[in-house]
Design a binder for this molecule. Sequence first.
Ligand code: MET
Ligand code: ZN
Ligand code: ZN
Length: 432
Amino acid sequence: SDPSSSTTTSPSSAAAIISRFQQYLQINTAQPTPQYYEAIDFLLSQAKLLSLESQTIEFVPGKPLLLLKWPGSNPNLPAILLYSHTDVVPSEHNKWIHHPFSAHIDDNGNIYARGSQDMKCVGMQYLEAVRGLKASGYQPLRSIYLTFAPDEEIGGHDGAEKFAESEVFEKLNVGVVLDEGLASPDENYRAFYAERTPWWLIIKATGAPGHGAKLYDNTAMENLLKSIESIRRFRASQFDMIKAGLKVDGEVVSVNMAFLKAGTPSPTGFVMNLQPSEAEAGFDIRVPPTTDSESLEKRIAEEWAPASRNMTFRFKQKGSANDKFGNRMITKTDSSNPWWALLEDAIRNAGGKLGKPEIFPASTDARYFRRQGLPAIGFSPMANTPILLHDHNEFLNQDEYLKGIEIYESIIKAYASYMENIGENRESKDEL
Ligand code: MET
Ligand SMILES: [Zn+2]
Ligand SMILES: [Zn+2]
């Protein structure tokens, strides 16, 4: 038979691997109407070919979470969880050079798709790494779980949050979680030991309504603008520390205005000669794990939305700072956490380089596992790649993707072969 044709049709060939990645990318799982069942069906068909055990769980109807298992030979040892989310953020199709669900590969080998970086790459790379390890005859000591979860991009409340709090999860006896990281424009991969927690703040001003021609105090618009100015100054103070090179993204509080809602609408536009009695603004705030959240809350109550200026505030989302044992949600990177050193070694052994441990500047579902007191590491093997998550023209180069599979084979092997019984009695250890 023709050897070249058998290479291209073999499931382990690069062409077959890339084609499976494209297939996953082509499923439209964009919020707010992700096609979850199509994604799960595709992943399940892959899991069957790999003889993995599978279970689909719907903590909330219509929001399936796929749980796969490669059983280890020693089920008493805590297991490894390879975590990914199936949903992606929406995209403005007509502003992309290739349609975001085409998974088009250009002449440079760049694969364009929403989710190519965040984080369908990682989900499929886990599966491909499992395929490679199985083909090599590897047998894990620890059980390996793969989770494909819904709704990360809208907060993870009906996905990872419920999963991490479930009895199903407790029974898995997970010892360490891998979740997403970020692309790196240089040759060093990035790994994250913590993340900023999201506070989605809505402030509302009320004030006296009146004629558009009148100057008077305590209008809703004026009250809101004073707050916006105060928030803008705070934002600048945080950004200045980054600009001065004193801090990096994950170490300061970010505040960005997400919306402004004010005015009196009419069929022909906003009414111009009427000062509205209400005005609202929404802010995406990200709080580092080291920030004193009480003082930030005080700042919000006293400076950004003071009752004395007829302001109120509420949180659309407010992540917790501490885990369920009252500890800060920070995964250790020192010798007390062998998973970190194992990760570093495994990446190096596969020919990759890892930069310094970082705080993830945005938010991931890893926070729900850290909240359970578990070590969770954010890592997406994308070096030499511009950071394009949530951006137009998100892409990942196919060679980087293939390299990432080798990196995961090395990591999974190191993790699932690790003998030491760790990750147990965490609660009592913290009390000592
Ligand atoms: C705030 S929920 C997390 C959604 C997304 N990963 C983000 O960081 O914006
Ligand atoms: Zn993500
Ligand atoms: Zn995202």
